[in-house]
Write a protein that binds this ligand. Structure first.
Ligand SMILES: Nc1ncnc2c1ncn2[C@@H]1O[C@H](COP(=O)(O)OP(=O)(O)O)[C@@H](O)[C@H]1O
Ligand SMILES: [Mg+2]
Length: 359
């Protein structure tokens, strides 16, 4: 049995509101799973259902081989890691760490030893006698994590733990949480609305929308083969370009509807569905000589960060291009774009589902 947590057919209603719909999810022991999706899609509801803070309306929840549907939170042996401000302000770091052990009757000396061990793992050994107000944001976050670690839970549950930190610290804490997870051999479920956080931290990413799991899998599988337009647009930054299109008369080319129609020859058999959407990631478009152009578009805005140049076309829809070299392009002039046909994604315009094209 390698699955630490298994959900099958899980549904959750808040009154008439259907917040989780037929959730099937298996979480392997030792894995780092990210639940990601826009605000209100049900991420926290799913995490709180695991923790037992919400009851599920239908389906089964199994933790370490045992059915947990009606089991109260404290008996599930899972640790929620909240944002750093959930520390007790009138307690020292050590008291914050030992609190949960002390209320369960662990002796003072034993609890102190446990706190010292955890503090050594999380780099807090010199800070045990400080109060939370005397710590930096990153140190407070480590205390919040340590407080969970000290209980040796079956899994760690994180609900947007970094959302109160500034951008630089978030990037740092992202690595720190992941490396702690690896060192502890922990199982972690991490909720975030930030797809970069999900992609960089997790081994398994679960993309949710309106209470439904749209797709789950390894991060790069979601990037390479999104099952629908929603996942395609949600994973990746800047977001994938979507271009209305139809199959050309020869069945081997696409007509892009970008202001005036542009015929792109792919030289591979294409579906004959009348309404298609082409997906092309900004980083898969490149600037080419006019003779090699697959599409030609007027330049709208050109922005450079030094390392990257971001170009937006003056078309409807707008097309975004990202290149790593500097470009002397000016607004209003024409740019010639090329791409590898293997990087092109195709969706049915009505169902928004992925259409696979033979290579
Ligand atoms: N206690 C509740 N009662 C009624 N509706 C709720 C409750 N908690 C959450 N919801 C609704 O369920 C949906 C999912 O919420 P939530 O899981 O918090 O989303 P997320 O964490 O993905 O932003 C939202 O539409 C929210 O308004
Ligand atoms: Mg939430």
């Amino acid at each position: 049995m390698t699955h630490q947590i298994e959900l099958s057919g899980v549904n959750k209603y808040y009154g008439a509101y259907h917040a989780l719909r037929d959730i099937d999810l298996k979480i392997r022991k030792g894995s780092f799973v990210a639940l990601v999706g826009p605000s209100g899609c049900g991420k926290s509801t799913l995490l709180r259902s695991l923790a037992g803070l919400e009851s599920i309306s239908a389906g089964d929840l199994i933790i370490a081989g045992e059915k947990m549907n009606g089991v109260p939170p404290r008996k599930r042996d899972l640790a929620m890691v909240f944002q750093s401000y959930a520390l007790y302000p009138h307690m020292t770091v050590e008291e914050n760490l030992t609190y949960s052990l002390r209320i369960r009757g662990v002796k003072k000396a034993e609890a102190k030893k446990a706190a010292e061990e955890v503090a050594a793992t999380t780099g807090l050994s010199n800070l045990l006698h400080r109060y939370p107000r005397e710590l930096s944001g990153g140190q407070r976050q480590r205390v919040a994590m340590s407080r969970a670690i000290i209980r040796h839970p079956k899994a760690f549950l994180f609900d947007e733990p970094l959302s109160n930190l500034d951008a630089a610290l978030r990037v740092h804490m992202r690595k720190e949480i992941r490396s702690l997870h690896d060192r502890l051999g922990a199982t972690s479920v991490y909720v975030t609305h930030d797809q970069i956080e999900a992609m960089t931290m997790a081994d398994h990413v679960v993309v949710m929308r309106q209470g439904v799991i749209e797709q789950q899998g390894p991060p790069l599988e979601l990037y390479d083969r999104p099952v629908n337009k929603f996942v395609a647009g949600f994973i990746g930054s800047p977001a994938m370009n979507f271009i209305p299109a139809k199959a050309g008369a020869d069945g081997r080319s696409l007509v892009f509807e970008l202001g005036n129609p542009q015929v792109v020859t792919l030289d591979r058999p294409l579906p004959t569905a009348s309404k298609l959407i082409v997906g092309l990631r900004p980083e898969h478009l490149r600037l080419v000589e006019e003779a090699d152009a697959q599409i030609r578009l007027p330049v709208g805005v050109v922005e450079s960060t030094g390392s990257m140049t971001y170009i937006t076309s003056a078309t409807t829809p707008e097309i975004n291009v990202v290149v790593t070299d500097r470009q002397p392009l000016r607004s209003g002039e024409m740019m010639s774009l090329g791409f590898d046909p293997a990087d092109l994604h195709l969706f049915d315009a009505d169902s928004e589902r992925r259409i696979d094209i033979a290579g």
